[in-house]
Design a protein around this ligand. Sequence first.
Ligand code: SAH
Length: 538
Amino acid sequence: MRSSVPRTFRQITRNATRLNVPRCRASGARWSSTAAAAEEEGHKWSTPLAKQLTEAITTTGPIPVASYMRQCLTSDLGGYYTPKTSSQNDQFGTKGDFVTSPEISQIFGELIGLWVVAEWIAQGRRGAGVYLMEMGPGRGTLMDDMLRTIRNFPPLAKAIEAVYLVEASQNLRLAQHKLLCGENPLTENSIGHESTSKYSPDLRIIWAEDVRFIPQDPTKTPFMIAHEFFDALPIHVFQSVPPPQPPKEGDAADTIETPTGPIKNPRRLPQGHQWRELVVSPTPLHRLNEGEPEFELTMAKAATPHSMYLPETSSRYKALKDVDGATIEISPESLAYARDFAIRLGGSNPETSPPSQPAAGRKAVASAPREEAVMKDEPSGAALIIDYGPASNIPANSLRGIKQHTRVSPFTSPGTTDVSADVDFLALAGSAINSSPGVEVHGPVSQALFLTAMGIEERAAQLVKKAMVEKGRTGEGKEELTEVVKRIEGGWQRLVDLSPQGMGGLYQVMAMLPFRPEQFGEEGKKRRPVGFGGDVRL
Ligand code: SAH
């Protein structure tokens, strides 16, 4: 979901039924000749990626939704964020596919900058070793608005050692570089690329394609921001199916002949529900010719390695296992990011640190270091995650496609459609807390609540006043001023709109902070961060 798309919960539910159980047939041999047969029948692939995916599935069998999403978004053959042609360059804005909050109002990035300032103050104003990190910075607008705001707090601006940007898209990296660094040259370095900020020649801006490339230095204080990033990380989808009917007592199938004599059919032993993975298969030929999307969801015929492992990793999933048809979405890559954030903030749990796993469906990161225990003497920094998704439920049936501000099937022309899914905030919180003894989580709270507490209305009033003073100075026309005021007012109100399709309620904000026992106040109450019930003390 992206902001300008009309979207109600009813719409989600309607879409969900389309993708849901009744349409999921067990994947079988029907698709096995689709790639060649479709071409023989004159089918023109919507994109080169559609053809490649069909051929791959023809060889290997249906693929997890996570692999499909990964390919659609960042395939070398032309993914949504890694297009082959420059005509497909800009996903953002009225001419693109969606509009995001930082593109709607400069106040969004300014308030996130202020949140970082407030946290930096609350944690004792470190004079050095501060990192700013952003995951998936899009056009770079949010980071630019943050840096402009932080410049007004020189001790923090001076303490920032580097800005790290995690970006998979080369085109967007170039756009970010232009906005944040102007004419300063972009060079390659050992983890990706780097340049210097247009605001200060001393401030390095460094790009990496994956957060794991960025050094985990326990002496640093990282402030990490992820706005509309987690919704782009691949999900696996599972559905609970009832146990197969056991043969009746006395049926021939009740016993099985073996070389050592008859034994009781093991299917007669009590069996429970099983998780089955929903996978992506090519649409059968006859329906393909009717103009249907080239892929569809089917149910794996048997357990897959993912379905045996992932749904067993949390009691939240286990609680749904015996509910016929219950559907859950799990994003192991998102959990790995939350874990990474937590370790950067609070150090790792030495006893429970597994070796780092390559994220599902993701190209192996050849030079990614093995995860080693990170001992952090004093937890510090913060992470702010802003995205859409239920505050506490496990997302289900949330895979969606967006094209030119309209919701479409996620299986429409793969590589040119934005594919995303709801974020499971509680799962991120759990991953963070389990990964580090030095981390606590606040929220999620609605974006409306967060931005209102951060002073969005007051900042808008300030901007309107500034525009008026400017007008007095430049003698600008009345119409121009009216336009500017309309943009400022319309922008901030849209961000906190609590109507059913409004961004204020659909987006949630969650913070990870260092857990420090001394933060408990006199009444034994924990300090609350600004925007989550705490005071702004600047
Ligand atoms: N935060 C921005 C952009 C959101 S769109 C805004 O609010 O305007 C998602 C961003 O994440 C894009 O910059 C996209 O290129 C990047 N992205 C998507 N998947 C990624 C991945 N797996 N690794 C790194 N970056 C990714």
